[in-house]
Design a protein around this ligand. Structure first.
Ligand SMILES: [Zn+2]
Length: 450
Protein backbone atom coordinates (compact mmCIF):
# COMPACT_ATOMS: atom_id res chain seq x y z
CA UNK A 1 0.00 0.00 0.00
CA UNK A 2 2.56 2.54 1.14
CA UNK A 3 6.17 2.23 0.14
CA UNK A 4 8.24 1.28 3.18
CA UNK A 5 11.35 3.26 3.94
CA UNK A 6 13.14 0.17 5.20
CA UNK A 7 16.83 0.56 4.35
CA UNK A 8 18.47 -2.30 2.50
CA UNK A 9 20.11 -4.73 4.90
CA UNK A 10 22.38 -7.61 4.11
CA UNK A 11 23.57 -10.25 6.54
CA UNK A 12 26.91 -12.04 6.82
CA UNK A 13 27.03 -14.72 9.54
CA UNK A 14 30.40 -16.30 10.28
CA UNK A 15 30.50 -19.30 12.60
CA UNK A 16 33.85 -19.64 14.35
CA UNK A 17 33.10 -23.13 15.59
CA UNK A 18 33.87 -23.60 19.31
CA UNK A 19 34.82 -19.97 19.94
CA UNK A 20 33.80 -19.06 23.48
CA UNK A 21 33.34 -15.86 25.46
CA UNK A 22 36.63 -16.41 27.26
CA UNK A 23 38.40 -16.18 23.88
CA UNK A 24 37.25 -12.59 23.40
CA UNK A 25 40.19 -10.86 25.16
CA UNK A 26 42.67 -12.67 22.91
CA UNK A 27 40.51 -12.22 19.80
CA UNK A 28 40.47 -8.48 20.46
CA UNK A 29 44.25 -8.39 19.99
CA UNK A 30 43.69 -9.53 16.39
CA UNK A 31 42.73 -6.74 13.95
CA UNK A 32 39.69 -8.20 12.18
CA UNK A 33 38.12 -9.93 15.17
CA UNK A 34 38.64 -6.61 17.00
CA UNK A 35 36.70 -4.74 14.33
CA UNK A 36 33.68 -7.01 14.68
CA UNK A 37 33.90 -7.11 18.49
CA UNK A 38 33.69 -3.28 18.55
CA UNK A 39 29.97 -3.79 18.00
CA UNK A 40 28.03 -5.77 20.59
CA UNK A 41 28.80 -9.20 22.00
CA UNK A 42 28.08 -11.63 24.78
CA UNK A 43 27.51 -15.26 25.61
CA UNK A 44 25.10 -17.59 23.84
CA UNK A 45 23.88 -20.84 25.34
CA UNK A 46 23.88 -23.86 23.04
CA UNK A 47 20.97 -26.22 22.65
CA UNK A 48 21.32 -29.76 23.99
CA UNK A 49 23.11 -31.69 22.56
CA UNK A 50 25.89 -29.10 22.51
CA UNK A 51 27.33 -30.42 19.27
CA UNK A 52 27.81 -28.76 15.90
CA UNK A 53 24.96 -29.81 13.57
CA UNK A 54 22.03 -29.39 15.97
CA UNK A 55 23.29 -25.96 17.04
CA UNK A 56 24.02 -24.66 13.55
CA UNK A 57 20.55 -25.77 12.52
CA UNK A 58 19.11 -23.80 15.47
CA UNK A 59 21.02 -20.78 14.18
CA UNK A 60 19.16 -21.03 10.87
CA UNK A 61 15.74 -22.08 12.20
CA UNK A 62 15.26 -20.51 15.66
CA UNK A 63 14.16 -23.94 16.90
CA UNK A 64 15.59 -26.49 19.31
CA UNK A 65 16.23 -30.08 18.16
CA UNK A 66 12.62 -31.01 18.87
CA UNK A 67 11.50 -28.49 16.24
CA UNK A 68 14.21 -28.90 13.60
CA UNK A 69 14.84 -32.63 13.93
CA UNK A 70 18.67 -32.54 13.72
CA UNK A 71 19.18 -34.28 17.07
CA UNK A 72 22.85 -35.30 16.61
CA UNK A 73 25.82 -34.76 14.30
CA UNK A 74 25.75 -38.29 12.96
CA UNK A 75 22.87 -40.37 11.75
CA UNK A 76 22.08 -43.34 13.97
CA UNK A 77 23.39 -46.39 12.16
CA UNK A 78 24.16 -49.23 14.61
CA UNK A 79 27.05 -51.37 13.44
CA UNK A 80 28.38 -48.72 11.04
CA UNK A 81 31.94 -47.75 11.95
CA UNK A 82 31.85 -44.46 10.04
CA UNK A 83 28.27 -43.13 10.04
CA UNK A 84 27.11 -40.38 7.71
CA UNK A 85 26.40 -37.01 9.28
CA UNK A 86 23.22 -34.96 8.95
CA UNK A 87 24.55 -33.36 5.78
CA UNK A 88 21.22 -33.17 3.98
CA UNK A 89 19.08 -30.01 4.30
CA UNK A 90 16.00 -32.07 3.49
CA UNK A 91 16.28 -33.71 6.93
CA UNK A 92 15.38 -30.39 8.60
CA UNK A 93 11.79 -30.60 9.80
CA UNK A 94 10.88 -26.90 9.88
CA UNK A 95 11.45 -23.79 7.73
CA UNK A 96 14.98 -22.35 7.68
CA UNK A 97 15.96 -18.71 7.29
CA UNK A 98 16.98 -19.64 3.76
CA UNK A 99 13.45 -20.86 2.97
CA UNK A 100 11.87 -17.73 4.48
CA UNK A 101 14.33 -15.43 2.71
CA UNK A 102 13.64 -17.06 -0.64
CA UNK A 103 9.88 -16.55 -0.16
CA UNK A 104 10.57 -12.84 0.29
CA UNK A 105 12.78 -12.65 -2.77
CA UNK A 106 16.09 -12.34 -0.92
CA UNK A 107 19.15 -14.06 -2.39
CA UNK A 108 20.95 -16.52 -0.12
CA UNK A 109 24.26 -18.37 0.11
CA UNK A 110 25.82 -20.79 2.60
CA UNK A 111 29.39 -22.05 2.62
CA UNK A 112 30.47 -24.97 4.79
CA UNK A 113 27.28 -24.56 6.81
CA UNK A 114 26.05 -27.81 8.39
CA UNK A 115 22.94 -29.48 6.95
CA UNK A 116 22.83 -27.45 3.73
CA UNK A 117 23.51 -30.30 1.27
CA UNK A 118 20.92 -30.71 -1.49
CA UNK A 119 19.27 -27.53 -0.24
CA UNK A 120 15.86 -26.89 -1.79
CA UNK A 121 15.99 -23.13 -1.19
CA UNK A 122 19.55 -21.77 -1.11
CA UNK A 123 20.59 -19.97 -4.28
CA UNK A 124 24.23 -20.84 -3.65
CA UNK A 125 25.12 -23.76 -1.37
CA UNK A 126 28.65 -25.09 -0.98
CA UNK A 127 27.83 -27.39 1.92
CA UNK A 128 29.99 -29.14 4.47
CA UNK A 129 30.31 -32.78 3.46
CA UNK A 130 33.18 -35.20 3.10
CA UNK A 131 34.18 -38.75 2.33
CA UNK A 132 36.86 -40.11 4.62
CA UNK A 133 38.26 -42.11 1.71
CA UNK A 134 40.10 -39.02 0.48
CA UNK A 135 40.15 -35.73 -1.35
CA UNK A 136 38.83 -36.95 -4.72
CA UNK A 137 35.74 -38.71 -3.32
CA UNK A 138 35.18 -35.69 -1.05
CA UNK A 139 35.23 -33.37 -4.03
CA UNK A 140 32.79 -35.65 -5.87
CA UNK A 141 30.22 -35.69 -3.05
CA UNK A 142 30.69 -31.97 -2.43
CA UNK A 143 29.87 -31.22 -6.06
CA UNK A 144 26.84 -33.48 -5.86
CA UNK A 145 25.48 -31.84 -2.69
CA UNK A 146 26.11 -28.26 -3.88
CA UNK A 147 23.55 -26.17 -5.78
CA UNK A 148 24.34 -25.60 -9.48
CA UNK A 149 25.73 -22.12 -8.80
CA UNK A 150 27.61 -23.47 -5.76
CA UNK A 151 29.21 -26.11 -7.98
CA UNK A 152 30.79 -23.38 -10.09
CA UNK A 153 32.47 -21.99 -6.96
CA UNK A 154 33.56 -25.50 -5.91
CA UNK A 155 35.26 -25.97 -9.27
CA UNK A 156 36.89 -22.56 -9.15
CA UNK A 157 38.40 -23.13 -5.69
CA UNK A 158 38.75 -26.92 -5.38
CA UNK A 159 42.55 -26.62 -5.27
CA UNK A 160 42.23 -24.77 -1.95
CA UNK A 161 40.72 -27.75 -0.08
CA UNK A 162 43.35 -29.03 2.32
CA UNK A 163 43.80 -32.71 3.14
CA UNK A 164 46.10 -34.33 5.67
CA UNK A 165 44.45 -37.17 7.57
CA UNK A 166 41.10 -35.52 6.88
CA UNK A 167 39.49 -32.61 5.06
CA UNK A 168 40.59 -29.03 5.86
CA UNK A 169 37.98 -26.67 4.48
CA UNK A 170 38.91 -23.35 6.16
CA UNK A 171 41.05 -21.89 3.37
CA UNK A 172 38.63 -23.16 0.69
CA UNK A 173 35.46 -21.97 2.48
CA UNK A 174 36.93 -18.50 2.97
CA UNK A 175 37.98 -18.19 -0.68
CA UNK A 176 34.56 -19.37 -1.87
CA UNK A 177 32.69 -17.01 0.49
CA UNK A 178 34.83 -13.99 -0.47
CA UNK A 179 34.32 -14.80 -4.15
CA UNK A 180 30.54 -15.08 -3.65
CA UNK A 181 30.43 -11.77 -1.75
CA UNK A 182 32.24 -10.06 -4.65
CA UNK A 183 30.57 -11.85 -7.57
CA UNK A 184 26.97 -12.55 -6.52
CA UNK A 185 26.67 -10.15 -3.56
CA UNK A 186 23.82 -12.14 -1.95
CA UNK A 187 21.51 -10.60 0.65
CA UNK A 188 22.40 -13.38 3.10
CA UNK A 189 25.58 -15.44 3.46
CA UNK A 190 26.30 -17.98 6.21
CA UNK A 191 29.87 -19.31 6.53
CA UNK A 192 31.23 -22.02 8.85
CA UNK A 193 34.91 -22.15 9.88
CA UNK A 194 36.06 -25.09 12.02
CA UNK A 195 39.76 -24.46 12.52
CA UNK A 196 39.49 -23.40 16.18
CA UNK A 197 37.28 -26.39 16.98
CA UNK A 198 39.62 -28.81 15.21
CA UNK A 199 42.66 -27.41 17.04
CA UNK A 200 40.86 -27.73 20.38
CA UNK A 201 39.81 -31.34 19.74
CA UNK A 202 43.32 -32.35 18.71
CA UNK A 203 45.46 -30.42 21.18
CA UNK A 204 43.32 -29.16 24.08
CA UNK A 205 41.30 -26.08 24.89
CA UNK A 206 43.98 -23.38 25.25
CA UNK A 207 47.08 -24.38 23.34
CA UNK A 208 49.49 -22.73 20.91
CA UNK A 209 47.70 -24.53 18.09
CA UNK A 210 44.37 -22.98 19.15
CA UNK A 211 46.00 -19.55 19.25
CA UNK A 212 47.39 -20.10 15.76
CA UNK A 213 43.95 -21.17 14.55
CA UNK A 214 42.50 -17.87 15.81
CA UNK A 215 45.27 -15.96 14.01
CA UNK A 216 44.53 -17.87 10.80
CA UNK A 217 40.79 -17.22 11.10
CA UNK A 218 41.49 -13.53 11.73
CA UNK A 219 43.29 -13.33 8.39
CA UNK A 220 40.28 -14.95 6.74
CA UNK A 221 37.91 -12.46 8.41
CA UNK A 222 40.08 -9.75 6.85
CA UNK A 223 39.56 -11.28 3.40
CA UNK A 224 35.78 -11.32 3.91
CA UNK A 225 35.68 -7.71 5.11
CA UNK A 226 37.78 -6.70 2.10
CA UNK A 227 35.37 -8.54 -0.22
CA UNK A 228 32.42 -6.55 1.20
CA UNK A 229 34.36 -3.32 0.57
CA UNK A 230 35.15 -4.37 -2.99
CA UNK A 231 31.51 -5.23 -3.65
CA UNK A 232 30.36 -1.90 -2.24
CA UNK A 233 28.05 -3.67 0.21
CA UNK A 234 29.98 -3.11 3.48
CA UNK A 235 27.87 -0.17 4.68
CA UNK A 236 24.60 -2.11 4.42
CA UNK A 237 25.84 -5.44 5.81
CA UNK A 238 25.26 -6.55 9.39
CA UNK A 239 27.99 -9.01 10.37
CA UNK A 240 27.72 -11.68 13.05
CA UNK A 241 30.24 -14.01 14.62
CA UNK A 242 28.50 -16.99 16.14
CA UNK A 243 29.66 -20.20 17.73
CA UNK A 244 27.98 -23.41 18.70
CA UNK A 245 29.45 -24.69 21.98
CA UNK A 246 32.40 -24.52 24.35
CA UNK A 247 34.77 -27.39 25.06
CA UNK A 248 35.50 -29.62 28.07
CA UNK A 249 38.77 -31.47 28.64
CA UNK A 250 38.39 -35.19 27.89
CA UNK A 251 39.48 -37.59 30.62
CA UNK A 252 38.33 -40.90 29.18
CA UNK A 253 36.57 -42.64 26.32
CA UNK A 254 33.55 -44.85 26.99
CA UNK A 255 32.36 -47.46 24.51
CA UNK A 256 28.94 -48.12 25.98
CA UNK A 257 28.08 -50.47 23.11
CA UNK A 258 30.91 -52.77 24.22
CA UNK A 259 29.16 -52.98 27.60
CA UNK A 260 25.85 -53.66 25.85
CA UNK A 261 27.56 -56.43 23.84
CA UNK A 262 28.82 -58.08 27.03
CA UNK A 263 25.23 -58.24 28.27
CA UNK A 264 23.94 -59.64 24.96
CA UNK A 265 22.04 -56.53 23.90
CA UNK A 266 24.42 -56.08 20.96
CA UNK A 267 25.33 -59.31 19.12
CA UNK A 268 28.42 -59.77 16.97
CA UNK A 269 29.21 -62.09 14.08
CA UNK A 270 32.38 -64.16 13.59
CA UNK A 271 34.21 -61.11 12.22
CA UNK A 272 33.30 -59.00 15.24
CA UNK A 273 30.82 -56.88 13.31
CA UNK A 274 27.34 -56.10 14.67
CA UNK A 275 24.84 -58.72 13.50
CA UNK A 276 21.82 -57.61 15.52
CA UNK A 277 20.96 -55.37 18.47
CA UNK A 278 18.27 -54.59 21.02
CA UNK A 279 19.82 -51.45 22.45
CA UNK A 280 22.44 -49.04 21.11
CA UNK A 281 24.18 -45.98 22.53
CA UNK A 282 24.70 -43.29 19.90
CA UNK A 283 27.61 -41.11 20.90
CA UNK A 284 26.97 -37.39 20.87
CA UNK A 285 30.29 -36.13 22.21
CA UNK A 286 30.04 -36.03 25.99
CA UNK A 287 26.56 -37.57 26.07
CA UNK A 288 25.07 -40.73 24.64
CA UNK A 289 21.60 -41.33 23.27
CA UNK A 290 20.10 -44.65 24.39
CA UNK A 291 18.23 -46.27 21.49
CA UNK A 292 15.97 -49.28 21.73
CA UNK A 293 15.40 -51.43 18.66
CA UNK A 294 11.94 -50.63 17.25
CA UNK A 295 10.97 -54.31 17.51
CA UNK A 296 12.28 -54.84 21.06
CA UNK A 297 9.63 -56.03 23.53
CA UNK A 298 8.70 -54.61 26.92
CA UNK A 299 10.83 -57.11 28.84
CA UNK A 300 13.92 -56.09 26.84
CA UNK A 301 13.14 -52.45 27.42
CA UNK A 302 12.95 -53.02 31.19
CA UNK A 303 16.19 -54.99 31.19
CA UNK A 304 18.02 -52.28 29.26
CA UNK A 305 16.76 -49.55 31.58
CA UNK A 306 17.79 -51.64 34.61
CA UNK A 307 21.26 -52.06 33.15
CA UNK A 308 21.58 -48.32 32.64
CA UNK A 309 20.54 -47.74 36.25
CA UNK A 310 23.35 -50.13 37.25
CA UNK A 311 25.82 -48.05 35.24
CA UNK A 312 24.73 -44.86 37.00
CA UNK A 313 25.12 -46.56 40.40
CA UNK A 314 28.51 -48.13 39.60
CA UNK A 315 31.47 -45.78 40.20
CA UNK A 316 33.53 -47.78 37.70
CA UNK A 317 31.22 -46.76 34.85
CA UNK A 318 31.57 -43.01 34.15
CA UNK A 319 27.88 -42.37 33.55
CA UNK A 320 26.55 -39.75 35.93
CA UNK A 321 22.86 -39.81 35.08
CA UNK A 322 20.21 -41.14 32.77
CA UNK A 323 17.66 -38.55 31.66
CA UNK A 324 14.44 -39.96 30.20
CA UNK A 325 13.31 -38.41 26.94
CA UNK A 326 10.27 -36.74 28.52
CA UNK A 327 12.58 -34.75 30.85
CA UNK A 328 14.88 -33.81 27.99
CA UNK A 329 11.95 -32.64 25.94
CA UNK A 330 10.57 -30.50 28.73
CA UNK A 331 13.88 -29.04 29.94
CA UNK A 332 15.78 -28.66 26.66
CA UNK A 333 13.37 -29.07 23.76
CA UNK A 334 15.35 -32.13 22.75
CA UNK A 335 13.64 -35.16 21.34
CA UNK A 336 14.45 -37.90 18.89
CA UNK A 337 14.01 -41.62 18.30
CA UNK A 338 15.62 -42.67 21.62
CA UNK A 339 14.67 -43.56 25.21
CA UNK A 340 16.78 -40.91 26.86
CA UNK A 341 20.22 -39.43 27.41
CA UNK A 342 23.23 -40.84 29.20
CA UNK A 343 25.16 -37.98 30.73
CA UNK A 344 28.80 -38.85 31.21
CA UNK A 345 30.86 -37.93 34.25
CA UNK A 346 32.51 -34.63 33.22
CA UNK A 347 35.01 -35.29 30.42
CA UNK A 348 33.65 -38.68 29.34
CA UNK A 349 33.58 -38.99 25.55
CA UNK A 350 31.11 -41.53 24.17
CA UNK A 351 32.25 -43.56 21.17
CA UNK A 352 29.91 -45.66 19.03
CA UNK A 353 32.45 -48.49 18.71
CA UNK A 354 31.59 -51.85 20.25
CA UNK A 355 34.95 -53.63 20.18
CA UNK A 356 38.14 -53.39 22.18
CA UNK A 357 38.09 -52.17 25.76
CA UNK A 358 34.99 -50.38 26.98
CA UNK A 359 36.90 -47.73 28.92
CA UNK A 360 40.17 -46.07 27.94
CA UNK A 361 41.48 -43.23 30.08
CA UNK A 362 43.94 -40.43 29.42
CA UNK A 363 46.75 -42.06 31.45
CA UNK A 364 46.44 -45.16 29.29
CA UNK A 365 49.29 -45.71 26.82
CA UNK A 366 46.63 -46.64 24.23
CA UNK A 367 44.89 -43.27 24.51
CA UNK A 368 44.98 -41.67 21.09
CA UNK A 369 41.66 -39.86 20.96
CA UNK A 370 40.40 -36.30 21.27
CA UNK A 371 41.82 -34.21 24.11
CA UNK A 372 38.84 -31.89 24.26
CA UNK A 373 35.17 -32.43 23.41
CA UNK A 374 31.64 -31.07 23.83
CA UNK A 375 28.09 -32.39 23.83
CA UNK A 376 27.68 -31.74 27.58
CA UNK A 377 24.75 -30.01 29.28
CA UNK A 378 24.55 -26.60 27.61
CA UNK A 379 24.41 -24.52 30.78
CA UNK A 380 27.66 -26.08 32.00
CA UNK A 381 31.17 -24.82 31.47
CA UNK A 382 32.36 -22.14 29.03
CA UNK A 383 29.69 -20.59 26.80
CA UNK A 384 29.74 -19.86 23.08
CA UNK A 385 30.15 -16.28 21.84
CA UNK A 386 27.71 -14.13 19.85
CA UNK A 387 29.03 -10.87 18.39
CA UNK A 388 27.53 -8.45 15.86
CA UNK A 389 28.46 -5.22 14.17
CA UNK A 390 26.95 -3.23 11.33
CA UNK A 391 24.43 -0.55 10.49
CA UNK A 392 21.62 -2.09 12.59
CA UNK A 393 23.79 -2.82 15.64
CA UNK A 394 24.70 -0.67 18.63
CA UNK A 395 28.35 -0.20 19.53
CA UNK A 396 29.67 -1.47 22.85
CA UNK A 397 26.57 -3.29 24.10
CA UNK A 398 26.95 -6.50 26.10
CA UNK A 399 24.64 -9.52 25.98
CA UNK A 400 24.47 -11.19 29.37
CA UNK A 401 23.17 -14.45 27.97
CA UNK A 402 21.16 -15.35 24.92
CA UNK A 403 20.70 -18.67 23.13
CA UNK A 404 21.58 -19.95 19.67
CA UNK A 405 17.87 -19.92 18.82
CA UNK A 406 17.73 -16.21 19.76
CA UNK A 407 20.46 -15.60 17.19
CA UNK A 408 18.29 -16.97 14.37
CA UNK A 409 15.27 -14.94 15.48
CA UNK A 410 17.48 -11.83 15.55
CA UNK A 411 18.80 -12.55 12.05
CA UNK A 412 15.23 -12.96 10.79
CA UNK A 413 14.24 -9.67 12.40
CA UNK A 414 17.16 -7.85 10.77
CA UNK A 415 16.08 -9.18 7.36
CA UNK A 416 12.43 -8.30 7.89
CA UNK A 417 11.43 -11.97 8.17
CA UNK A 418 9.46 -13.78 10.82
CA UNK A 419 10.11 -17.35 12.00
CA UNK A 420 6.93 -19.27 12.76
CA UNK A 421 6.89 -21.05 16.16
CA UNK A 422 10.39 -19.84 17.10
CA UNK A 423 11.90 -21.03 20.39
CA UNK A 424 13.92 -17.82 20.73
CA UNK A 425 13.56 -14.05 21.01
CA UNK A 426 15.04 -11.04 19.24
CA UNK A 427 18.21 -9.92 21.08
CA UNK A 428 16.79 -6.39 21.28
CA UNK A 429 19.56 -5.00 23.48
CA UNK A 430 22.07 -4.93 20.62
CA UNK A 431 19.79 -3.27 18.04
CA UNK A 432 19.89 0.36 17.05
CA UNK A 433 16.47 2.02 17.12
CA UNK A 434 14.70 1.65 13.79
CA UNK A 435 15.24 4.68 11.53
CA UNK A 436 12.61 7.42 11.75
CA UNK A 437 10.23 7.57 8.80
CA UNK A 438 8.01 10.22 7.38
CA UNK A 439 4.88 8.11 7.48
CA UNK A 440 3.52 5.89 10.21
CA UNK A 441 2.76 2.97 7.92
CA UNK A 442 6.37 2.75 6.80
CA UNK A 443 7.43 2.85 10.44
CA UNK A 444 5.20 -0.09 11.23
CA UNK A 445 6.88 -2.13 8.56
CA UNK A 446 10.29 -1.92 10.24
CA UNK A 447 9.29 -2.30 13.87
CA UNK A 448 7.73 -5.75 13.71
CA UNK A 449 8.80 -8.21 16.36
CA UNK A 450 9.36 -11.91 15.84
ZN1 LIG B 1 31.08 -27.21 16.63
Amino acid sequence: MTETARPRRRLLVISVDAMSVVDVPFARTLPHFARILEGSWGSAEAIYPSVTYPNHTSQTTGRTADGHGIYANEKVTPGERVPDWFWDARDIACPTLFDLAKEQGLSTAAVGWPATGWSPSLDIAVPEIWDRAGLEPTLAVLREAATPRGREYVDRHAHEIGWDRKHRFGRFNTAVAADILRTDAPDVLFLHLVDVDSARHATGRFTTEVKEAFERVDGWLGELLAALEDAGTAAETDIAIVSDHGHVEVGRVLRANALLARQGFVRLDADGEVSSWDAWVHGCGLTGQLHLHPEADETTREKVLALVEDWVADPEVPVQAFHPLTDMHEDYGWSGPFLGILEGVSGTAFQNLWDGRWLIDRFDAEYEFLLSQHGHLPEQDIQAVFAMTGPSIETGRRITRCTVTDEAVTFAHLLGLEIPDADGRVVEEILRPAPVHQDAVGQEAVSQDA
